[in-house]
Design a protein around this ligand. Sequence first.
Ligand code: DQA
Length: 140
Amino acid sequence: MKIFVINGPNLDMLGKREPEIYGSDTLESINGELAAYCASVGVEPEFFQSNSEGELIDFIHSAHGIADGIVLNAGAYTHYSIAIRDAIAAVELPCVEVHLSNVHKREEFRHKSVISAVCTGVICGFGKKSYKLAIDALIL
Ligand code: DQA
């Protein structure tokens, strides 16, 4: 089973960025731990991060016919990118929306997601464990 694990804008800054909210692990170390977990459950992950909306859309498109599912932390694009929403809908794959933080405990503008309606489900608030829970959601 192949799963694309996609991170959007500013998630390349994990470890340095607001550690009281997002934790002190870097994206590289989170992806490393996730890769080990994936190997233990027979999942082949493919990791991608971009700060650019167009690159994220291109990568989501590339999942079509290749991946069995998508784990997506679209960062702030979650809250307003109709283009990313449409890309998820276009590829017709199970997609889990992920957030490290519990967006519902935070500013009101983070309470709205324009992508949830085209995702299979949403996991937020469990820090780096959110990604592992999303893998479990796709495979169990
Ligand atoms: C985030 C939450 C978003 O509101 C924010 O813009 C991010 C990270 C999270 O993982 O908690 O960049 O998606």
